[in-house]
Design a protein around this ligand. Structure first.
Ligand code: PHE
Length: 457
């Protein structure tokens, strides 16, 4: 079966736009909001190290695999899988990769929009000067008051979903490309400014020490599980987002170097976010292991004390919101592209319907912070904790495992090598080793442990 050179949904204007779009998908709340608090919860340096190992040894090889699958298929993950299964003479059960991805996308976006809504709310809180010269306690109080109001939380969640649906409706070049072209570079600059502030905060040495000083006794099996889940989440792997974006990648672009660049950018943003946030935590006597609220307490605190804090603080949260939007659109794209293909439906109409479903699901996460805070789904998990946990620690690693096995064992080797422009040699062998053995074994071990823990409570 010949592979088409273009996708019917449109194409990235160049390899660079793919890099920006995929980095836009990868860089998001996972880097700026989640990574620092997960690292904080898990002891800092030891965690950061195993996270880097997971990204390099498992994440990057799988990302290469997912991109090449998308580029060969040139359609939504579900239909690309159909083609790949046909060309490989593989069993139809592999189509689970596409379906699982669509489901994971819904789960993630449902709570992702809620947190992104917090960032939107903080844009106006910062801009109105509500955080000027605030103390750590009052910064915490502002967040708790916000969480206590379902109405306010739903308002911002809704606004975020509307923006996401609007951008994704514009299509590959008029919607997604336009958004990432501006917001990604700006995000980087703002992050550097915040880092500059952190350097002068008085807590920098302690912050750096916390991020890189590591202690083997803090490396636990749980730490590996969380680090691996985070590696999948932050690189947008295992749910078809990268496959969907790979479908729009020009045929002459080199996949491996492109993926290295995306993973490098994503890792850099996560580390910079940690280096910007922890010094402020220490300088203000806050706790690093503060959980999901970390970014919404420390960052406003820092900007509240800066000269032009109103301006930079508002800008920072605008950019966090956009980092979140460029990820959110990639969470919708697999399901969206599939429905457009299957029913020849209008992109905007499909986007709205999918947006409404995600929004409804997301109400469960909103209420987890207030009226349903006592409702527990699994052990002591609220609905929000549950969808976060199941998608990040089970669905994405499972999707990644299946992708690695499919690329490693089912796809014809010639197809893979042709897509990658690879010849037999050291690089090819290393990549094959990871995709066939290291990545599946790594995911499997940690995955079995997760299921065991979940079942045993
Ligand atoms: N990578 C995104 C982030 O770090 C989240 C994401 C996960 C996006 C999976 C798409 C697919 O915020």
């Amino acid at each position: 079966m010949a592979t088409p050179s273009e996708s019917r949904h449109g194409m990235w204007s160049s390899r660079w736009l793919f890099i920006l779009a995929a980095a836009g998908s990868a860089v998001g709340l996972g880097n700026i909001w989640k990574f620092p608090y997960i690292a904080g919860d898990n002891g800092g340096g030891a965690f950061v190290l195993i996270y880097l190992v997971c990204v390099a040894a498992i994440g990057v090889p799988i990302m290469i695999g997912e991109t090449l699958m998308g580029r060969y298929g040139r359609e939504s993950p579900i239909n690309s899988m159909r083609k790949l299964i046909a060309v490989s003479n593989a069993g139809s059960y592999w189509s689970a990769i596409g379906w699982l991805g669509v489901l994971a996308g819904f789960f993630i976006l449902s709570y992702y929009a809620v947190i992104a809504g917090w960032a939107l709310n903080y844009v106006q809180l910062m801009a109105r000067g509500e955080m000027v010269a605030i103390t750590a306690e009052s910064a915490q109080q502002v967040l708790s008051d916000f969480h206590a109001s379902p109405l306010q939380m739903v308002f911002w969640q809704t606004l975020f979903m509307v923006l996401t649906v609007w951008i994704v409706s514009g299509g590959v070049s008029k919607g997604i490309e336009r958004a990432v072209k501006w917001f990604m570079p700006l995000l980087f600059i703002l992050l550097l400014i915040l880092l500059g502030y952190a350097v002068t905060s008085g807590g920098f040495a302690q912050g750096v020490d916390f991020m890189i000083g590591f202690d083997w006794s803090k490396v636990t099996v749980d730490g590996w599980l969380i680090a691996m889940g985070q590696a999948f989440f932050t690189l947008s792997l295992g749910m078809g987002a990268i496959m969907a974006y790979g479908a729009y990648l020009p045929s002459d672009a080199k996949i491996s170097s492109t993926v290295f660049m995306i993973a490098g950018l994503d890792t850099a943003v996560a580390i910079l976010a940690g280096l910007a946030i922890f010094p402020i935590v220490f300088a203000n006597g806050l706790e690093p292991a503060q959980g999901p609220g970390l970014m919404f307490v420390t960052v406003p605190l820092a900007f509240g004390q800066m000269g032009a804090g109103i301006l930079f603080g508002a800008l920072f949260f605008i950019l966090v919101s956009f980092a979140a939007i460029t990820s959110a659109i990639s969470l919708l794209e697999p399901a969206l592209a599939y429905l457009v293909e299957e029913y020849n439906a209008k992109r905007s109409r499909v986007a709205i319907s999918l947006g409404v479903i995600c929004w409804l699901l997301g109400l469960g996460s909103v209420f987890s912070f207030n009226i349903w805070s006592d409702v527990h789904v699994l052990g002591d998990k609220t609905v929000f904790d549950f969808v976060d946990y199941v998608s990040q620690n089970i669905m994405l690693p499972l999707g990644g495992l299946l992708i690695a096995l499919f690329v490693g064992y089912a796809l014809p080797k010639e197809l893979v090598f042709e897509q990658l422009g690879l010849k037999e040699g050291l690089a090819a062998s290393l990549w094959m080793l990871s995709i066939k053995v290291i990545a599946p074994a790594g995911v499997l071990i940690v995955f079995v442990k997760t299921i065991y823990d979940t079942v045993m409570g």
